[in-house]
Design a protein around this ligand. Structure first.
Ligand code: PEP
Ligand code: MN
Length: 264
């Protein structure tokens, strides 16, 4: 792990596009909603279709996800659109179910990365998997916790490992939902230059109209990809309504990023 060369990128060898785009709703709500969003993202820059089915909510009493039935909806979305599938796992039971349903990418959420026991349980359940595993930064700006989670997964022989920067909670009043503290992601990138680094502008901003600018900053900092929450009817989403974009807006964001790159 001390050796920079140990964690190699799998993006090039799998011929994945740059930037790698992961998109889909914060939460799977109904089969119809999942399929409509997936069809809206078919034939776009999106490679992985995301949907949270187990939702770790900060406060109880909010929608906590549809649970395992959502895995079937993801499978159907993949069959119908060809998009690869992605969901969050927060314990061994989730991992076992996600693997049984052949989900292509599993990510560990910010509220799980803070807990070494949970990360270890997930790492043990994933041991040797050939699925893609991405680790979100912990909710608090603690690089060691983030590194510790990466080390636990790496030690479990997970080859297709990467990280997601989703910003950090703060007491400060800022324009962000979670402040980016870009220097932490840059420090991580410096330690592991080949570890794919994805930005989640949706959870950083909390607002759909800031997503383009934050995505641009991430690409300027050489991030490898973007995870953008996308919903067919964002204002009526069951979670994170203010930050989700429509499939049409996502296509526009990708186009604007391309134009900015060409003219820069
Ligand atoms: C999510 O991706 O919907 C999510 C819950 O994110 P985070 O773990 O970054 O809060
Ligand atoms: Mn969300």
């Amino acid at each position: 792990m001390e050796n920079k060369k140990e964690l190699r990128t799998w993006l090039d060898s799998h011929k994945l596009p740059h930037p790698l785009v992961i998109a889909g709703p914060c939460s799977a709500e109904t089969e119809d909603q999942v399929l409509k969003v997936a069809h809206g993202l078919k034939d776009t820059d999106v490679t992985y279709f995301r949907a949270g089915i187990w939702k770790p909510r900060t406060r109880p009493g909010n929608f906590e996800g549809v649970g395992a039935i959502g895995l079937k909806w993801l499978q159907r979305a993949k069959q119908e659109t060809g998009l690869l599938t992605a969901t969050e796992v927060a314990n061994k039971a989730h991992v076992d179910l996600a693997l049984e349903h052949d989900i292509d990418l599993l990510w560990i959420g910010a509220r799980s990365t803070v807990s070494p026991f949970i990360v270890q349980e997930i790492a043990d359940a994933l041991k040797g998997t050939d699925k893609v595993v991405l680790v979100k930064n912990p909710v608090n700006p603690d690089l060691a916790l983030w590194l510790g989670a990466i080390e636990r997964l790496h030690t479990a022989n997970i080859d297709k490992l990467g990280v997601i920067h989703r910003g950090f909670s703060t007491y400060e009043k800022t324009k962000y939902r979670n402040i980016p503290e870009w220097q932490l992601a840059v420090e991580l990138q410096d330690k592991f230059p080949d570890l794919p680094l994805i930005c989640d502008p949706s959870h950083i901003t909390g607002k759909r109209d800031m997503i383009l600018d934050v995505s641009q900053t991430a690409l300027d900092l050489n991030f490898d990809g973007l995870m953008i929450e996308t919903h067919i009817d964002p204002d009526n989403a069951w979670s994170d309504a203010a930050q989700q974009v429509t499939p049409e807006s996502l296509i526009q964001i990708m186009q604007d990023l391309r134009i900015r790159k060409e003219t820069s």
